[in-house]
Design a protein around this ligand. Structure first.
Ligand SMILES: [Zn+2]
Length: 80
C-alpha cells in the first residue's frame, strides 16, 4: 500500500467511525456506550493504518499523519 492510499483510507476510516457512532446513537439512544466503542474501534483502525503505512517508500520514516502528504521525504529528501 502506498502512503497516499493509506492516508485516504485513514481519513475515510476515522470519519466513518465518527459517523457510525453518531448514527448508532441517534437510532439507539440506549446503546450509547456500544455505539462509541464501535466508532472508536473503526477510527482507531484508521489511525493504525496511518501509523503503519504512511511512510517514505525509500527510507521507511513515518510521514506527518495530519494534512497532506509532502512531495519530498523530510528525512531522506527523495521525491515520494
Ligand atoms: Zn525517506
Amino acid at each position: 500500500m502506498n502512503h497516499k492510499l493509506a492516508r485516504k483510507l485513514m481519513y475515510v476510516l476515522i470519519l466513518s467511525g465518527i459517523v457510525f457512532a453518531f448514527v448508532l446513537t441517534v437510532i439507539y439512544p440506549g446503546k450509547f456506550k456500544l455505539a462509541m466503542s464501535v466508532g472508536v474501534a473503526i477510527s482507531s483502525t484508521g489511525i493504525l493504518i496511518g501509523v503503519l503505512f504512511i511512510r517514505c517508500p525509500y527510507c521507511h520514516t513515518g510521514l506527518n499523519l495530519r494534512g497532506f502528504s509532502p512531495d519530498y521525504c523530510p528525512n531522506c529528501g527523495r521525491k515520494i
